[in-house]
Design a protein around this ligand. Structure first.
Ligand SMILES: Nc1ncnc2c1ncn2[C@@H]1O[C@H](COP(=O)(O)OP(=O)(O)O)[C@@H](O)[C@H]1O
Ligand SMILES: [Mg+2]
Length: 337
């Protein structure tokens, strides 16, 4: 269908300084490693010269921006940059500025036969309902010259009047295999020494977000010659599985003061956040054998601590609460009497 895949990487030297998320942004729709149903539907629209307004929603790093940029390339070729206006809806200058920019952009003539230009409106879910209502009128007014692509994380925050004017596409988090496939190309192009366990850790921490995968990889590659599991965890400041194993073991077996001090110094040394520790301990607990009343007690305590941390509570005090919860929770397991 397309004229074959473009080169994956431009060779010019300027690209060396680029963040990899830009350097390795897919150039064509066929470079996207996922959401084939979405890309093929959009290609059909484009081939039939019937592109509707689009609404892309889904979590970060799943290819929403890349997809619309690839569409622009397909529509307008290498001059696509003059045919697409990228706006960030969360821009605090407000809808008036956005409206002005859209007006200016939409009313200048195009040199291309397709007749319409593209406006990419990112983070639209950050707009107030009033601003969205204003946007809706703008969309109606310029439908002749412009196709809008509205991008957001949460479609429920977009008013129905806008939703109904767009064709909706949901971008699911990428599958591990899809991220892996794309990473392999980049690992080879950059000559990265990525070990198997390093790759495993990277995939685990990316959680379906390709941007996160690339950013972690680039940071690690810059800091370490060999990107292994430890390098990945050090680089992200995320607790290493061994640390979590250790922490839970301490909490189950050591004296309160000892545990508290050990965790505190581990946190200091490795720059760990209690929030991340908590999340991992929570996962770890699933596989720890404990009487059910202890487990229930602990899970509830963890969720309270997590809530308090989210509200900005003091980490040291919450660490105390965590260690205390383990002491209390496990004492339920072996009643003295
Ligand atoms: N489906 C995909 N296929 C290949 N690369 C992807 C895909 N999704 C995201 N990426 C990579 O992740 C980075 C961020 O993608 P982007 O399209 O900006 O995500 P979003 O707009 O959904 O947050 C891009 O540089 C791209 O290299
Ligand atoms: Mg984006």
């Amino acid at each position: 269908m397309s004229k074959g895949k473009g080169k994956l990487v431009d060779t010019s030297a300027q690209l060396d300084n680029l963040p990899w998320v830009e350097k390795y942004r897919p150039k064509s729709l066929s470079d996207l490693v996922s959401h084939e149903d979405i890309t093929s539907t959009i290609e059909t629209f484009i081939d039939a010269n019937r592109l509707p307004h689009l609404l892309f929603y889904g979590p970060p790093g799943t290819g929403k921006t890349s997809t619309i940029l690839a569409c622009a390339r397909k529509l307008y070729g290498d001059h696509y940059k003059s045919m697409i206006l990228e706006l960030n809806a969360s821009d605090d200058r407000g809808i008036e500025v956005v409206r002005e920019q859209i007006k200016n952009f939409a009313s200048t003539r195009t040199m291309y036969s397709s007749g319409f230009k593209l406006i990419l409106l990112d983070e639209a879910d950050a707009m107030t309902t009033q601003a969205q209502a204003a946007l809706r009128r703008v969309i109606e007014k310029y439908t002749k010259n412009v196709r809008f692509c509205i991008v957001c994380n949460y479609v429920s925050k977009i008013i129905p009047a806008i939703q109904s004017r767009c064709t909706r596409f949901r971008f699911a988090p990428l599958e591990t295999e899809q991220i892996e496939k794309r990473l392999e190309t980049i690992v080879e192009a950059e000559g990265i020494n990525l070990t198997e366990d390093g790759k495993g850790a990277l995939l685990k921490l990316s959680r379906g977000d390709m941007r996160r995968a690339l950013n972690i990889l680039q940071a690690c590659h810059a800091a370490y010659e060999r990107v292994d599991e430890t390098a990945i965890y050090n680089c992200t400041g995320h607790p290493h599985p061994n640390d979590i194993h250790q922490i839970v073991h301490w909490m189950l077996s050591e004296e309160y003061t000892t545990v508290f001090q050990r965790i505190e110094s581990l946190k200091q040394d490795s720059g760990l956040a209690l929030q991340d520790i908590l999340e991992e301990v929570h996962l770890y607990l699933r596989d720890v054998e404990l009487p059910s009343n202890s487990k229930v007690f602990l899970l509830e305590a963890l969720s309270d601590i997590e809530y308090r941390l989210g509200e900005g509570a003091n980490e040291t005090i919450q660490l105390g609460a965590l260690v205390g919860a383990f002491k209390l929770g496990t004492s339920l397991a072996s009643p003295q009497a």
